[in-house]
Write a protein that binds this ligand. Structure first.
Ligand code: ADP
Ligand code: MG
Length: 339
């Protein structure tokens, strides 16, 4: 047996990167969330080749100060929390400080950034975790990331990427959810030179729904604003006339973060049960505003799964809020008429 050795940083980062960066959509998620955390009102996402060879993300947020640029790429470096107690009050999307180091470990990364206080911007190039360049550059306020050749140095991972079309589909899905969770941000998504999504950023959730799902869906929504036991639910319920064939149209957000939750799905579907046919699923966009201490977002690196302290209370709040809305007399009449 060889002697036990501590792995060098580049190897550690490459291994750890695998947990955060699975496919191009993971990179887009991390970088767009960073842009939102940086207060951007405009985020442009451009990809080629499903994001495998090229991703460019531009935001008009705070920018990163020259003196912080190198540090931002160190593992566990973050400006968003200082200690574990802060996790209870986390309001930013990021906090692990793992994204930039992970992305840089498995791609060719270029960053151009400028804060409004600085005269000059900074250009930084890092490939496979190794710094190539740090220099002054002219740049607008905000940040642009250029990510090229995902997994160019990890062939085993590159092999597992799907076709560009499939990878682009994952990115499109992700951006839909990010747009629905942040109606105040204008998103533009360009795939191989073609605009695939654009939201107005005017802050109106209903407009984002229209921009993503079209007129038919937007014309058949009930707005919900319901509170029970410290759980505040806002958003839109699709009228039973626009039910869908699968669960992909059930969109849940907790404190601004897109989540999957079989418990919330179950509750929503139970509430719709009397209003829709069997094997049909509702269209819903529901935002949950709960006290940060009530949820644990730190379950998984991608933060898509979360744990509620009070599962039962959440279930019954959702059921009651949704069911009540569906029972409103005006709607019942319409359902009766359409039968
Ligand atoms: P986290 O988001 O968990 O803090 P990241 O690795 O994603 O960790 O980013 C590290 C740090 O880099 C952030 O805490 C933030 O200070 C800075 N940063 C990253 N992206 C941006 C951006 N688009 N605009 C401004 N600052 C950014
Ligand atoms: Mg981040």
């Amino acid at each position: 047996m060889p002697h036990i050795q501590i792995l060098n940083q580049i190897t550690i980062d490459k291994i750890a990167a695998g947990e955060v960066i699975e496919r191009p959509a993971s990179i887009v998620k991390e970088l767009v969330e960073n842009a939102i955390d940086a207060g951007a009102s405009l985020v442009t996402i451009e990809i080629k080749d499903g994001g495998i060879s090229f991703i460019r993300i531009t935001d008009n947020g705070s920018g990163i100060e020259r003196a912080d640029v190198r540090n931002a790429f160190l593992r566990h470096s973050t400006s968003k929390i200082q200690n574990v107690e802060d996790l209870a009050y986390i309001s930013s999307l990021g906090f692990r400080g793992e994204a930039l180091s992970s992305i840089a470990a498995v791609t060719q990364t270029e960053l151009i950034t400028k804060t409004k206080e600085e005269m000059n911007g900074t250009r930084y190039v890092i490939e496979g975790g190794q710094e190539k360049l740090l220099e002054d550059t002219g740049a607008p306020n905000g940040t642009t990331f250029l990510i090229r050749q995902l997994f160019y140095n990890v062939p085993a991972r590159r092999k597992f990427l799907k076709t560009p079309m499939t990878e682009a589909g994952h990115i499109q899905d992700l951006l839909m959810h990010l747009a629905l969770s942040h109606p105040e941000v204008c998103f533009q998504f360009i795939n191989n030179g073609q605009e695939k999504l654009r939201t107005s950023g005017n802050g109106k959730l209903k407009d984002v729904i229209y921009q993503i799902y079209g007129r038919d869906v937007a014309a058949n929504l009930l707005d919900i604003d319901f509170e029970k036991g410290g759980i505040h639910i806002t958003g839109y319920l699709g009228k039973p006339v626009i039910t869908r064939g699968n669960r992909n149209f059930e969109n849940f957000f907790v404190n601004g973060r897109y989540v999957k939750s079989s418990m919330i799905s179950k509750s929503v579907e139970d509430a719709y049960k009397d209003f829709v046919m069997q094997h049909k699923f509702p269209f819903v966009v529901l935002h949950f505003h709960v006290n940060g201490e009530e949820v644990d977002v730190n379950v998984h690196p991608t933060k898509m799964e979360l744990r509620f302290q009070k599962q039962q209370e959440v279930y019954s709040a959702v059921f009651e809020g949704v069911h009540r809305k569906l029972l409103e007399p005006e709607l019942i009449q319409k359902v009766a008429l359409s039968k």
